[in-house]
Design a binder for this molecule. Structure first.
Ligand code: ATP
Ligand code: MG
Length: 569
């Protein structure tokens, strides 16, 4: 392929609105263009790279025995009502109406469509196990589309759905997808960390996320330095240290109110009273399905609302508004405390036995010293209600320490169980003639996000450094003077041989200065660059350089082809 025959509009300037390297590079290398917030056009180079990721995904799905289908983007409202998710997913769903006034949604995911299909088409144990997959466009009205393809409103996902005869058999399908995911990301050149994850709105039994470690990642995770435990912060547990409460056996003095004018934050109270933040109790008022509850954590910990919602068993959880806080505590926001509250009080496990702590006094400009949780507070229950963080003890091994990291979620596998199959009455007949619900799993890969994650993990100051497997072109040929006959001839010959070998060469035949061609080659990041010039020919061949090598080498044509082969395989 000749560069002049395709369309690769590279940019010199760094785009202003792109916050992370991979987004900037995709724009600068002429791979994508923004149409609107979270909506993009793929240009030829971006499309080629995307097709490579899709090909790897398909090959590994097929190898794992999954069967490709293609479901519609347009989905009728009634199937979302049937699963009970029409309201649950309302924030993320694009909803539209047809000319007859029927409600439709642009599919953010496809559990409803596929389970409907299974309900109609799978009748017998003989048809099981069965895993379907598709590579298809998803639509999600994200609160904050950003980072280019990372969090888009229209994006390509590979989603797969397994159907099995039993929970045990479903584990086999889950494992097959899990293994396929490891192969896919490895083939894309990505280092991923698999973490335990929350099942969220998907429901179901358990799930794992595949994370590309990157400082720009939107997800926090913890990773044990000793054992295999790693989890998304949304779900991560930690070893809870029971509070070293009183000094020795001394009895905690009686509660005593002190004036703390204007001190409404942990930091302010800690500074004013000269107490360490972890010796303060943070009292937060929430509404759980409209009922107020109080949550107690050590002052230096953050509440994990997913854990809290699960403990409370509520559908909707929100921080209470100021009027509610004032009503239940009798004090303005900033002075809530657990003593004397008449609403349910849930405390973090760290606060078991907490004695001689400081807490809000439920009075303006006042805090209470010497709070003893067992003596002074009616605790409804102790539970793990806070986020794990860097340096916490591992919950699964003895001396392990959790390390906090950031990651980009590129894949997510869920064991769903029968949540959807029961809702859609998707049943089959066992060999004994018994009717049972299908047991289901679902598995997603953000294909467009994966593509960009490859760049996030493989770039340097000059541009992208593609792994050969997903590079839009694997080799770029730079004839420095296209009008020089021998240069031209050698370029065409090399191109033909590389094409025959499957190495996808691109000839930069533009009438540009060498400096421009070199810069673009580094920016676009072809794994191998070959310079053909009068000088290289006089020196006995062509000048070959791997994108990540320090120096080029001049080799005769045949050796150059061998060398390129080595670099690319
Ligand atoms: P996130 O937590 O990042 O919002 P999710 O958990 O909602 O993602 P899933 O429903 O698990 O996403 O979707 C499967 C995969 O699709 C994700 O692992 C991710 O790689 C990709 N994905 C999800 N949302 C987006 C998006 N807005 N833009 C690009 N890819 C996305
Ligand atoms: Mg997910």
């Amino acid at each position: 392929m000749h560069l002049s025959k395709t369309f690769i509009p590279t940019l010199r300037e760094t785009p202003q609105d792109a916050e992370i390297a991979s987004h900037r590079l995709m724009l600068r290398a002429g791979m994508i263009r923004r149409v609107s917030s979270g909506i993009f056009t793929f240009l030829p180079l971006g499309l080629r790279a995307l097709r490579h990721v899709e090909r790897i995904v398909r090959e590994e799905m097929d190898r794992a025995g999954a069967i490709e289908v293609l479901m519609p983007g347009l989905q009728p409202r009634d199937i979302w009502e049937q699963s009970g998710r029409y309201d649950l997913m309302r924030d993320v769903m694009f909803r539209i109406h047809d000319r007859q006034g029927h409600d439709l949604a642009l599919g953010p995911t496809h559990e409803e469509v596929i389970t409907g299909l299974a309900a109609h088409e799978i009748h017998s144990y003989r048809q099981l196990p069965c895993t379907f997959y598709q590579v298809q466009t998803k639509y999600r009205d994200e609160i904050r589309p950003r980072f280019g393809l990372m969090r888009a409103r229209e994006f390509v996902m590979k989603d797969a759905y397994s159907f099995d005869a039993s929970w045990d058999a479903a584990d086999g399908s889950y494992q097959a997808m899990y293994d396929a995911y490891e192969r896919i990301f490895k083939r894309c050149g990505l280092h991923v960390k698999v973490v335990e994850a929350d099942s969220g709105a998907m429901g179901g039994q358990w799930s794992h996320e595949f994370m590309v470690l990157a400082d720009s990642g939107e997800d926090g995770l913890v990773d044990c330095n000793r054992c295999a435990y790693a989890a998304n912060l949304e779900k991560a547990e930690r070893a809870h240290t029971a509070t070293p409460s009183k000094s020795g056996d001394s009895v905690c003095p009686s509660p005593e109110n002190v004036a703390t004018p204007g001190a409404t934050t942990i930091e302010a109270v800690a500074a004013l009273l000269d107490v360490a933040p972890h010796r303060l109790i943070k009292t937060l008022i929430y509404t759980a399905d409209s009922r107020p509850v109080a949550v107690l954590t050590p002052g230096d910990r953050e509440v994990n609302e997913l854990k809290l919602a699960r403990i409370l068993g509520c559908r909707e959880l929100a921080a209470a508004d100021a009027p509610t806080v004032e009503r239940v505590t009798g004090a303005p926001v900033g002075y809530a405390g657990p003593i004397g509250l008449s609403i349910p009080i849930h405390a973090d496990l760290d606060l078991r036995g907490a004695s001689d702590y400081v807490c809000g006094a439920n009075q303006a400009d006042t805090h209470t010293l010497h709070m003893d949780i067992d003596r002074d507070v009616t605790v409804t229950g102790f539970a793990d209600l806070t986020n794990a963080r860097d340096g916490d003890g591992c919950p699964h091994c003895d001396d392990g320490v959790l390390q906090g990291k950031r990651g980009i979620e590129v894949g997510h596998v869920f064991k769903l169980g029968t949540k959807y199959t029961e809702a859609f009455d998707a049943r089959y007949l066992t060999a004994e003639g018994e009717e049972k619900p299908l047991v289901m799993g679902c598995y997603g890969i953000g294909v467009t996000r994966t593509l960009q994650a490859v760049i996030e993990q493989h770039h340097d100051a000059n541009g992208i450094c593609w792994p050969a497997s997903v590079a839009p072109y694997k080799v770029v040929l730079l004839p420095l003077n296209p009008s020089h006959e021998a240069t031209c001839e050698t370029t065409e010959r090399l191109s033909a041989e590389l094409t025959a070998a499957g190495w996808e060469p691109l000839i930069d035949d533009r009438d540009e200065r060498p400096g421009v061609k070199f810069k673009d080659a580094d920016l676009i990041g072809y794994p191998v660059r070959v310079v053909i010039s009068e000088r290289s020919l006089a020196a006995g061949g062509v000048e070959v350089k791997a994108r990540t090598a320090d120096k080029p080498r001049t080799l005769p044509l045949a050796d150059a082809i061998l060398y390129i082969g080595e670099q690319l395989s």
